[in-house]
Design a protein around this ligand. Structure first.
Ligand code: CO
Length: 209
């Protein structure tokens, strides 16, 4: 068990390490942020954004929630998206899901999860949209993994429905990416979401810009 005191000890060591490498490290960090990436991932403790991407503080703007959802009426994620795109002017937006996702697993069970019901309903909706493909997969683990991937794809589509993404894509070539992190191997997998094609196919309905 980690003691709270240990965390503050770790912090002192971390400060010393950073200053040892660069005496102006914190001075520079405090001067401002210019991240090129917005990362939207799962809250899962095993999937840490900067670590898996090999990026440092200041390089990625992060939003995490259960099952990496981009929900239209979630003021939190929508505020993050707008701030990152319109003010920080990030160049890439990433939705990163992961295999063994507890949120996705829970959404596959016929269980009343209380306050989590409306949140997980978003994943059940993804299942409904892709029911034919998913139900054709007999192996339960494979079906679960595929739902993780399709959930990422649908969240990318939700991003593409926003005015901020549509505007930034047209004005400065912002790109949306869909990734999955495989906890069992440590691998980051690019789902190769065809961003321009999706935009073209849904823009007649979702055009805001
Ligand atoms: Co998860």
């Amino acid at each position: 068990m980690t003691k709270i005191e240990t965390i503050f000890e770790n912090n002192k060591k971390w400060i010393a390490e950073k200053l040892d490498m660069d005496s102006k490290y914190f001075e520079n960090l405090a001067a401002g942020q210019h991240p090129e990436f917005l990362y939207i991932g799962c809250s899962d403790s095993r999937v840490t954004a900067e670590d898996i991407m090999g990026l440092q503080p200041g390089e990625v703007f992060i939003h995490r929630n259960i099952a990496n959802l981009v929900n239209n009426v979630d003021l939190n994620v929508m505020s993050v998206i707008n701030y990152a795109i319109r003010h920080l002017e990030v160049k890439h937006v990433v939705v990163c899901g992961h295999y063994n996702c507890g949120g996705v697993k829970a959404a596959m069970q016929p269980v009343d999860m209380g306050i989590l019901n409306p949140w997980l309903r978003n994943i059940r909706d993804v299942y409904r949209i892709h029911k034919l493909e998913l139900n054709a997969i007999e192996n339960e683990t494979k079906r679960y993994n595929r739902l993780v991937e399709l959930n990422v794809q649908e969240q990318c589509i939700n991003l593409i429905k926003t005015a901020a993404v549509q505007e930034a894509h047209k004005q400065r070539g912002l790109i949306v990416h869909g990734w999955v992190f495989d906890i069992s191997t440590g691998k980051l997998i690019d789902l190769n979401i065809n961003f321009p094609k999706i935009l073209e196919s849904i823009v007649e309905i979702y055009r805001l810009y």
